[in-house]
Design a protein around this ligand. Structure first.
Ligand SMILES: C[S@@+](CC[C@H](N)C(=O)[O-])C[C@H]1O[C@@H](n2cnc3c(N)ncnc32)[C@H](O)[C@@H]1O
Length: 467
């Protein structure tokens, strides 16, 4: 007989888990089925509406629709779109900001223990603290966690209105103003304009204004003939590009980089490093204060010396490369590896006046691959050295992985700095590095994504045996 699944359950919220929810157990039984609950705080007694509850599944998902015993850390969400079943962009609007940071510290610590076999407090000498990023005009401790997003991707509903998806849903909740976005993003007016025929609208704000990009829906998987027609190569009518509204922005871009009006890039100034040009869809830190703070932390942990050979892997537009190049000086060099052609183009441009920076436009995996026969020669031809004093890695969400970390170890760095926006990936890479003789020595965490479960970490690994 199949188990009857109730619609509502009363549960006690257990510890926070990676992904923006807490762990609860059906029947409050320690061996009961796990329910991942959104919109609850550890210790609270909540009524949970089950959102995914397959009787055969190992765990269920649910949303706290009523709070029966509230945590002292519970607050009224500052955003009118936040809450159970509403916008899925934020996970922690209902939690006081300082408690949000404690929850994130707990998640990072747990992921490093479970996936990386590493006790953060024992390894670094102190419990992990997630630091708030500065907000203009506010003293430390008075942060709001709002107005920090300089880069936003809105989805568009069938009526052409922009918004965000509810958690794990494809529908779009239209949003007039997301309180997380920076004023420069809002000033483009994209949320107040119609976008018929468009699947998503992205805004990237820089120092002197924003660039807006509209992406039409991907061609549906049809017959070969349909696909040819979408590309404009068939005998029939090609898909007509959408008519885009006029925006108040530096530039408007359609799809894969086709400029409709104005510029395709924004400018970012980073204190003590320089000015960067970043193509609208290229990578840059999202929080307006993240780039300055990240650079300061990476410099401190990398402790680069004049004359050093430094590898900046997954270099983006060169934020960390240029900072490290200043520290290694003319007698040293920084080799920056970035695979995205637009990112690499930005990087080359940004590094133009830095003769000690070499840009390698390749996937990290390929750039570090060693030719057994002709190792030295191969590497020098590709621009990648066969040894490095310091290696900095800032991989995408999946982390660096075993193959890349094997190659990194072979370079014999005396210091290895990993920047990570995903605690699970950092946990896995920490375990892989431990197995390769590099142990966690320092860990810093930044609240670079307030109100969401995301957190930015910078980790220092040192060789067990000094190189
Ligand atoms: C998290 S961003 C880091 C950018 C830079 N460190 C910064 O702080 O601005 C990751 C970058 O890695 C690039 N990337 C992703 N996979 C890659 C790969 N396999 N090899 C090289 N670069 C890659 C992406 O294009 C992106 O620019």
């Amino acid at each position: 007989m199949t188990e009857a699944v109730p619609e509502l359950l009363e549960l006690t919220a257990g510890p926070v888990a990676h992904g923006g929810h807490v762990v609860a157990r059906v029947g409050d039984d320690p061996a009961g089925r796990v329910v991942f609950v959104r919109h609850a705080i550890p210790g609270e007694r909540v009524r949970v509406r089950l959102t995914e509850a397959d009787p055969a599944a190992r765990y269920w998902r649910g949303d706290a629709v009523a709070v029966l015993e509230a945590s002292p850390a519970r607050v009224e969400p500052p955003c009118p779109y936040a809450g159970p079943g509403r916008c899925g962009g934020c996970d922690f609007q209902h939690v006081r900001l300082d408690e949000q940071r404690r929850l994130k510290a707990a998640v990072v610590t747990e992921q490093l223990a479970r996936l990386g076999g590493t006790d953060v407090e024992a390894a670094t000498g102190h419990p992990l603290v997630v630091a708030a990023l500065p907000e203009p005009g506010r003293e430390p401790g008075e942060e709001t966690g709002l107005g920090w997003r300089t880069r936003v991707r809105y989805s568009v509903d069938p009526a052409g209105r922009v918004g965000f998806h509810p958690h794990r849903e494809h529908t779009v909740l239209p949003v007039e103003r997301c309180p997380l976005v920076a004023d420069d993003v809002d000033a483009t007016g994209v949320t107040r304009l119609p976008w018929p025929g468009v699947a998503s609208v992205s805004v990237q704000a820089g120092e002197d204004g924003a660039v807006v990009r509209a992406d039409p829906p991907r061609p549906s998987r049809g017959s070969g003939r349909d696909r040819r027609q979408h590309r404009g190569g068939g005998a029939g009518t090609a898909a007509r590009p959408p008519r885009l509204p006029r925006v108040d922005a530096l530039g408007l871009v359609l799809g894969g980089g086709h400029r409709v009006a104005g510029r395709t890039w924004v400018r970012h100034d980073v204190a003590g490093v320089g000015t960067f040009r970043v193509s609208g869809d290229g990578f840059w830190q999202v929080h307006h204060a993240a780039a300055d703070t990240l650079v300061r932390l990476v410099r401190e942990l990398a402790a680069t010396r004049p004359g050093d050979t430094v590898l900046d892997l997954y270099a983006g537009a060169g934020l960390l490369s240029l900072a490290l190049a200043a520290d290694t000086g003319d007698s040293g060099r920084v080799v920056s590896v970035e695979s995205d052609p637009r990112g690499a183009a930005d990087l080359r441009r940004n590094a133009h006046d830095h003769p000690n920076v070499t840009v390698v436009e390749r996937r990290v995996e390929a750039a570090l691959e060693q030719d057994e026969q002709d190792e030295q020669d191969e590497h020098e031809r590709a621009g990648v050295p066969s040894a490095a004093d310091v290696v900095v890695l800032d991989p995408p969400r999946a982390g660096a992985g075993a193959a890349v970390l094997d190659r990194v170890r072979a370079l014999g760095p005396r210091r290895l700095v990993v920047v990570s926006c995903d605690p699970a990936a950092l946990g896995r890479d920490t375990g892989l590095l431990a197995a390769r003789g590099y142990r966690l020595a320092d860990l810093r965490a930044l609240d670079a994504f307030p109100m969401t479960h995301h957190v930015e970490c910078v980790a220092l690994f040192l060789p067990e045996e000094p190189t």
